[in-house]
Write a new protein. Structure first.
Length: 172
């Protein structure tokens, strides 16, 4: 598969098969993520993979809202990868402040993109979630208070293998 074909295949999946994700495939996704570039090679990320069915169910609940119909699909998701921002290096902090850039967030985005592309290459579907209860996730997973949960990636086998037609603005 070419990179272009892979980019076309990757989409936000919200319908998953009732099938566990093999640990080898999760590890391949994590390895792709940690190979991502980062400012000053700071690698300001940590990842927590959750593939235990009971814990994944708890995590799903922490990505949903009690009032708004947000992320209800996560209840049937078999696994998650929690993307944690750790401390940036001194040089990355200085560079970010000097240029008024959020370099660690850019680094997190690059790592998450590589994770999701590897998942697509492995035949898995992903959905990057920005709505979640950070405090409860940190407490449940033992994430240190000084770190931030930036994203939660739902991951599993998509119910349908054919990607949707992407709707994008014109190339010009």
């Amino acid at each position: 598969m070419t990179f272009h074909e892979l980019a076309l295949k990757r989409e936000s999946c919200r319908l998953y098969e009732d099938k566990p994700v093999e640990r080898e495939k999760l590890n391949a996704c994590l390895e792709a993520a940690i190979l991502a570039p980062s400012a000053c090679n700071s690698q300001p990320w940590r990842f927590v993979a959750v593939d235990d069915r009971a814990l994944a169910g708890e995590l799903a609940g922490l990505t949903q809202d009690k009032v708004l119909p947000i992320n209800r699909f996560t209840s049937q998701c078999p696994a998650f990868i929690v993307v944690v921002e750790s401390r940036a290096t001194l040089m990355e902090n200085i560079g970010g402040k000097a240029k008024d850039l959020q370099l660690t967030q850019t680094d997190i985005g690059l790592a998450t993109a590589q994770l999701c592309l590897e998942a697509a290459d492995q035949g898995l579907g992903t959905c990057i979630l920005g709505w979640f209860n950070e405090i409860k996730i940190k407490a449940r997973l033992g994430i240190p208070k000084q770190h931030r949960v930036r994203l939660v990636v739902a991951i599993g086998y998509p119910q349908k293998q054919q990607a949707r037609q992407k709707q994008r603005r014109a190339f010009e």
